[in-house]
Ligand binder design. Structure first.
Ligand SMILES: N[C@@H](CCC(=O)N[C@@H](CS)C(=O)NCC(=O)O)C(=O)O
Length: 290
């Protein structure tokens, strides 16, 4: 079982005393919230396990990105393949999901150089010519939000979407909101105003207070956290560096969420140097003022 394997690989979670919330996350206790952020021990037990399963702490040597001079991998040879770009936030969603489920040895990572794309990618793999895409069986599927659900439902490993109806419904709502979140923040950037971005970050802060049995959107870690984190990671770096605006200021739940996300090895392995994000966003959203 993949989940147990990961727990045994991931020694750093073992020292936590699962009966003591402070050991799980000491900093949670020093912040003040409308709802206390102390998680009942019985719920915490399952959270630690989920967090451990989501650790993805099988260390992986990342392959070099394939470009126009590279031969294709053995397409449709029966090995599931996740085509990504290391810098793409949409691809990062699928990559984190694969890591969280402990599928590093099941789903092969195939990074593509999007600036110098191999012709075979569009011709033989994914006619949309975008990343991410997943080759599984005789099919290739795309669209990050569909893919993370697909990987969660069609591969082994811990389930990353809750079973209870209230959480599922809120999860669906938040997954739907990711597009509006991105649009609101990037519109603010393009138009050099803060109002829409501030409202979008406030929306996230409010969403994080809905379930108080853990610091994640649905209480426990889920696909919703995976869907948001690549964008929050980029926005946090850009707003801090370019707008001198700390997106966590006055948003204690967002601050704790980022802190907790940064402890998840499955996600950490997908992070890039924040300077890269800042430069890329500068070109994309501030080009007229350069
Ligand atoms: N809606 C798609 C967006 C994917 C996407 O736009 N990926 C970008 C890289 S971040 C891409 O492949 N761009 C190449 C292109 O548009 O030609 C998803 O959620 O997967």
């Amino acid at each position: 079982m993949a989940a147990l394997n990961i727990i045994s690989y991931h020694h750093s979670i073992i020292p936590y005393n699962i009966n003591n919330p402070r050991h799980f996350c000491p900093k949670l206790q020093s912040l003040s919230f409308k709802k206390p952020l102390i998680f009942p021990a019985k719920k915490l037990t399952s959270r630690v396990v989920v967090s451990a399963m989501a650790s993805g702490s099988v260390k992986e040597t990342l392959p070099a990105a394939l470009d126009s001079s590279s031969d294709p991998p053995a397409i449709f040879d029966g090995t599931p393949k996740l085509y990504i770009s290391y810098s793409c936030p949409y691809a990062q969603r699928a990559w984190i999901t694969r890591n969280c489920k402990g599928l590093q040895e099941t789903i092969k990572l195939v990074p593509i150089d999007l600036k110098n794309r191999p012709a075979w990618y569009k011709e033989k793999v994914y006619p949309e010519n975008k990343v991410p895409s997943l080759e599984h069986g005789n099919e290739v599927k795309g669209e990050s939000l569909d893919l993370i659900r697909y990987i969660d439902s069609n591969f082994e490993g811990p389930s990353l979407f809750p079973h209870d109806l209230a959480r599922r419904e809120f999860g669906d709502e938040l997954l739907d909101y990711t597009g509006s979140f991105y649009k609101a923040v990037t519109t603010s950037l393009k138009e050099s105003r803060m109002d829409e971005a501030v409202a979008a970050f406030d929306h996230v802060e409010t969403a994080l207070s809905k379930f108080d049995d853990g610091p994640f959107f649905l209480g426990k870690f889920s696909l919703v956290d995976i869907a948001y984190v690549p964008f929050v990671e980029r926005f946090q770096a850009f707003f801090s560096e370019v707008k001198n605006y700390d997106i966590t200021r006055g948003r204690p739940r967002l601050a704790v969420w980022i802190q907790e996300m940064n402890k998840i090895e499955a996600y950490k392995q997908t992070q890039r140097d924040p300077k890269e994000y800042v430069e890329s966003y500068r070109k994309r959203f501030l080009s007229s003022s350069l």
